[in-house]
Design a protein around this ligand. Structure first.
Ligand SMILES: [Ca+2]
Length: 276
């Protein structure tokens, strides 16, 4: 996943004519893909000269922009308010908590593509970035029954494409309270869960469902009993699941289940469990 960090700076009352950012990061966790000027200085009529980024491979990126007033103009202030001046895109190499140190700059906003198709704000105030990873990927998955070739592992194969013919969508038989679940290998910090519905047909089957999270194994496949099991958190979606439907969790868990309240076939294109 990529992390996109918007970078600004404290500007003096006369406006900004130049800036330099120093991004220092741990090469074990982060790799800088690009740093780009947001062209705020150019909007003021100044001529902009970009320098850098440099030293990308050493865990430090220096990026500077200088600008000059047009010829014959002695003073032309740059932007005066806190704005985005540059955008740094970084790639997360592994899950964990790491720090992106910024000198001469503020990290005004940081987004990481932890939810497919949409950014999600991460901790920015102290320059710390929490890198999330899909804990469910390739983990053991089971389901209430299997129809045709729609095995449970298809929801943790890393492919969110929702067409049945692509061989990456699960399929149970017609079951009362049909369920699917995954075991994460250990109790882990879960930030959120993304449930990806089948898309070529039958999307209404994945409606009125619970996502259930527990540190310990579920003791029953009965929905009412599971909702009453100690330590189980439940997240209900009344309508039809999307591509994806995202659920904020922010608790620990090892076992994650998707379960219908009614009777139907259950198909999932993918279930992503984002955490660290
Ligand atoms: Ca899949």
């Amino acid at each position: 996943m990529d992390i996109v960090a918007d970078v600004g700076t404290e500007m003096n009352p006369n406006g900004l004519g130049a800036y330099q950012f120093d991004l220092v990061y741990d090469l074990n966790y982060l790799e800088v893909i690009s740093v780009s000027d947001a062209e705020e200085l150019g909007k003021t009529g100044r001529t902009v000269k970009e320098l850098g980024p440099t030293d990308v491979t050493a865990g430090q990126t220096v990026f500077a922009v200088y600008s000059y007033p047009p010829e014959g103009v002695s003073e032309l202030a740059g932007p005066k308010n806190t704005v985005v001046l540059a955008t740094a895109t970084l790639k997360a190499k592994q899950a964990g908590v790491t720090t992106l140190n910024l000198e001469n700059a503020l990290l005004t906003d940081t987004k990481a593509n932890v939810w497919p198709g949409a950014g999600r704000d991460l901790t920015t105030e102290d320059g710390t970035i929490t890198i999330l990873t899909n804990l469910a990927l390739g983990r053991p998955a089971t389901q209430s029954s299997t129809y045709d070739s729609g095995v449970a592992s298809r929801a943790v194969d890393g492919n969110t494409y929702g067409a049945w013919g692509n061989n990456s969508v699960t399929h149970t038989d017609y079951n009362a309270q049909a369920w699917w679940q995954v075991e994460l290998g250990a109790v882990q910090d879960i930030s959120g869960i993304a449930v990806w519905n089948r898309t070529d047909c039958c999307g209404g089957r994945l409606s009125g469902f619970y996502v259930l999270v527990s540190d310990v194994a579920f003791t029953s496949t009965d929905l009412t009993a599971t909702l009453g099991q100690g330590g189980v958190s439940s997240y209900y979606t009344a309508g039809q699941a999307g591509s994806p439907t995202t659920i904020a969790v922010n608790r620990t868990g090892r076992y994650v289940r998707v379960q219908l309240t009614g009777s139907n076939w259950l198909s999932l294109a993918e279930v992503e469990v984002w955490g660290r």
